[in-house]
Design a protein around this ligand. Structure first.
Ligand code: SF4
Length: 374
C-alpha cells in the first residue's frame, strides 16, 4: 500500500488523538506501517543521493560506510561490528552536564548505581580482581568499552581494571564528554593501557577546553577519536573550529545518527522524524549531516576516518551481537525504545511540503476515510 502523504497525515492525526493504551486494529496498523515505510523509503532515497556524491566511500563487510584510510578505522568499532560486539562495562552513574540528546535526559540524577567496588560487565557484577577469573572461563572479547555516564567523574577508579584488561591483551575504548580531563588523568589512563578515548564533542558544543584536552590525550593514548550524535548545532560549531579540531591529531570520527527515546524526544519535538525498520526513531537531518561531513572530509582530504554510525549500522551491529551469543537465524538485539509508536512525532514530516513520498497511490477500499477501518 503506497499511502499518500495526505492520507497518511489524516490517519496519523487521528491516531495521535487516541489514548496511548488504546490498541490499533490490524488494518489501522497496516496504515501505520504503510506510512512509516513511505517515510523511510523516501529518506533512504535522500541518503542514497547524498552518498552518491561522497568520493571514495568505503564499506566494512557491507555493514557500514566510512571515508578515509582504512588503517585508521577504529578497532573498537570493528570489534563492535564484526567482532564479539561492544562488550560494555558500566561503572559511573553520574554526569556533570546535561545534553539535550542524552538518552538519560531528565533522569541523569537517578541512574541506578552499579555498587561500591563493583563493575557491571555483560550485565553481571564483578569486582576488579574477578577479571582474571572471567577471562579464564569465557572467551576473550575482541574489545571492551566503558559506557554509561561520565567516567571522569571518578576516573581514578578505572586505572586498575584497565590495567588488567590491558595485560590480558583486550582492546579497550572509553567515552567521555572531555570537560573533566586533565593532563594528569589522561596520562594515568594512557599508562594504565587504555587504547582509545572517544570525545563526545557535541556535549560541550566543541568547547576550546575539550579540544585542548583532545590534543593532550593524543600524547598519552594511542587513538583519540570523536564520537558524537550529529546535530545541526554540532555541525555548525565543528565547521567554525574545524582547523583546531583536526590539528589535535585525532584519527577517527564516529558520527552517530541521533536516535530518540521517551527521555530526549521532547527536546526535538517539531523536527522531521523517521523510523528505521520499526526500531530507532531519528530526526532526518542527523544522517544527512553525516553524509555532508563525509563528503567534505573526502574532498578536503582530512587526515582522519569518518564513520557513518547510522541506524542501519546499529541494525547490523545488533545482528552481529546475536550471532556471537548463539542466537537463532534472524535474531537481533535491535528494537524500538517506545512502547507505542509516537504518532504525533511524525506529523511535522507529513505536513512538510519539502518532504515528498516517492510513489503515492489511492488507498484500497476498506482503508479510506469515512470507512470503518478495523
Ligand atoms: S555527556 Fe554523555 S552522559 Fe553526560 S549528559 Fe551528555 S550524553 Fe549524557
Amino acid at each position: 500500500m503506497k499511502i499518500s502523504k495526505k492520507d497518511a497525515l489524516m490517519w496519523f492525526s487521528f491516531f495521535a488523538q487516541l489514548d496511548e493504551d488504546e490498541p490499533l486494529m490490524p488494518r489501522q496498523q497496516e496504515l501505520v506501517y504503510a506510512t512509516l515505510a513511505q517515510i523511510e523509503t523516501a529518506q533512504e532515497a535522500r541518503i542514497a543521493a547524498l552518498r552518491a556524491e561522497i568520493p571514495g566511500l568505503k564499506s566494512i563487510a557491507g555493514r557500514t560506510y566510512f571515508v578515509g584510510d582504512e588503517e585508521k578505522f577504529s578497532r573498537g568499532c570493528r570489534s563492535c561490528l564484526t567482532g564479539t560486539g561492544l562488550s560494555a562495562i558500566r561503572k559511573t552513574n553520574r554526569c556533570n552536564i546535561q545534553c539535550p540528546f542524552c538518552y538519560n535526559y531528565g533522569e541523569l540524577d537517578c541512574q541506578p548505581p552499579i555498587g561500591e567496588g563493583m563493575w557491571e560487565i555483560g550485565g553481571t557484577k564483578f569486582r576488579e580482581e574477578d577479571v582474571e577469573l572471567l577471562l579464564s572461563i569465557q572467551k576473550k572479547p575482541t574489545g571492551v568499552s566503558y559506557v554509561y555516564l561520565e567516567p571522569f567523574m571518578e576516573i581514578e577508579k578505572y586505572y586498575g581494571i584497565i590495567r588488567r584488561f590491558h595485560t590480558a591483551g583486550v582492546h579497550q575504548h572509553m567515552y567521555t564528554n572531555g570537560t573533566l580531563c586533565t593532563e594528569e588523568n589522561l596520562r594515568a589512563l594512557g599508562e594504565a593501557g587504555l587504547d582509545e578515548l572517544r570525545f563526545n564533542l557535541g556535549a560541550s558544543n566543541c568547547a576550546d577546553k575539550v579540544i585542548r584536552a583532545m590534543e593532550i590525550a593524543r600524547k598519552y593514548i594511542p587513538v583519540i577519536a570523536i564520537e558524537t550524535p550529529m546535530t545541526p548545532s554540532f555541525y555548525e560549531q565543528f565547521q567554525q573550529k574545524k582547523e583546531a579540531i583536526l590539528a589535535t591529531g585525532i584519527s577517527f570520527m564516529n558520527c552517530a545518527e541521533l536516535h530518540l527515546n521517551p527521555n530526549n524526544i521532547g527536546n526535538y519535538w517539531g523536527e522531521n522524524m523517521y523510523m528505521t525498520r520499526h526500531g530507532y526513531l531519528s530526526p532526518v537531518w542527523s544522517h544527512e549531516l553525516t553524509c555532508r561531513l563525509m563528503k567534505q572530509c573526502a574532498e578536503e582530504n582530512w587526515p582522519i576516518v569518518i564513520h557513518d554510525c547510522c541506524n542501519m549500522t546499529k541494525f547490523a551491529r545488533d545482528l552481529n551481537v546475536k550471532v556471537h551469543e548463539g542466537g537463532w537465524f534472524g535474531a537481533s538485539a535491535y528494537h524500538t525504545e517506545f512502547d507505542t509508536i509516537p504518532y504525533e512525532a511524525f506529523l511535522p514530516i507529513l505536513q512538510d511540503e519539502g518532504f515528498a513520498f516517492l510513489v503515492e497511490e489511492e488507498l484500497p477500499k476498506g482503508y479510506r476515510a469515512g470507512e470503518i477501518v478495523l
